[in-house]
Ligand binder design. Structure first.
Ligand code: CP
Ligand code: NVA
Length: 303
């Protein structure tokens, strides 16, 4: 039976750890200049309804490095933009290509695509989830030999897609996670409930960002206004101001705290340039690891 990657909730702890091991193997091969082409003659279709820099590049380069190829498909240029259904589109894709990566608004669209096609579907971000990002982020910490079960991981900002996937990952990997966001900008309630239940007390909400980051090992943030929410930008900029990751806030965390951001960042809003370019920031390492982790996903689903 074909496998999809629609949410971290579909993966067990062992499956996630296996992906980390495989990412490491692939990363080391690449660093040693060794060719490895298990996906020769395989094609990935990349369907985008939203913009992207990292996701598009890392999937495209990843397929190339694995011996296959990737095709960029903008929804505006497809018949999808003129009313062809996602189900029919999925059926057509399965006649030409071997897997689909999709970035869209509604999570239901990704599910529909997965149900209507016989080839693996990978979620490249929806309004609800961003599984490839969260997996790459936990891989980044694992790779640094950080004990995921003992750290205090604090997410400060909007309870958005990235936050939801980090929560699902934290639950599976037994990470102590604190989420700090203003009221009304919470993580998805079902996801929060599920994550809390699985984690057995290791996930909490602390609205006050100053209290939340006390003794934090990791402070993670993301944009205050996600793609599709642009009309709320002005209001959000005001409400989220106390949640900015700056030097003052970081003083409350552990001395060797690491700062994470999925990028793109809006410097001067959710994170200051001082922090983003500072010695504690690992944001570009996270971005690089998208490539290695997603290559592992591709090998798992396609070979
Ligand atoms: N983090 C991330 O998904 O970046 P892009 O929007 O550039 O793909
Ligand atoms: N939360 C952000 C993530 C971008 C990678 C968004 O959805 O726009």
């Amino acid at each position: 039976m074909k496998k999809d990657l629609l949410s971290i909730a579909d993966l067990s702890k062992d499956e996630i750890l296996h992906l980390f091991e495989l990412s490491d193997y692939l990363k080391n091969l690449l660093k040693r200049g060794r060719f490895y082409h298990p996906l020769r003659d395989k094609t990935l279709g990349m369907l985008f309804r939203k913009p992207s820099t990292r996701t598009r590049l890392s999937f495209e380069v990843g397929m190339y490095q694995l011996g296959g190829c990737a095709i960029f498909l903008s929804s505006q240029d497809l018949q999808l933009g003129r009313g062809e259904t996602i189900e029919d589109t999925g059926k057509i894709f399965s006649r030409y290509i071997d897997a689909i990566m999709i970035r869209t608004f509604d999570q239901k669209e990704v599910v529909k695509m997965a149900e209507s096609t016989s080839i693996p579907v990978i979620n490249g971000l929806t309004d609800l989830l961003h599984p490839c990002q969260a997996l790459s982020d936990y891989y980044t910490l694992w790779k640094r030999k950080i004990d995921l079960e003992t750290i205090k991981f604090v997410y400060v900002g909007d309870g958005n897609n990235v936050c939801n996937s980090l929560l699902l990952g934290a639950a599976q990997l037994r990470v102590n996670m604190v989420v700090s966001n203003p009221e009304g900008y919470d993580a998805n309630p079902e996801i929060m409930e599920r994550a809390k239940k699985i984690s057995n007390g290791k996930i909490v909400v602390q609205r006050d960002p100053l209290k939340a980051v006390e003794e934090a090992d990791i402070v993670y943030t993301d944009v205050w206004t996600s793609m599709g929410k642009e009309s709320e930008k002005k209001v959000r900029k005001k409400i989220f101001q106390p949640y900015q990751i700056n030097e003052k806030l970081l003083k409350r965390a552990k001395k060797d705290v690491l700062v994470m951001h999925c990028l793109p960042a809006h410097r001067g809003e959710e994170i200051t340039s001082e922090v983003m370019d500072g010695s504690q920031s690992i944001v570009f390492e996270q971005a690089e690891n998208r490539l290695h982790l997603q290559k592992a996903i591709l090998v798992e689903l396609l070979s």
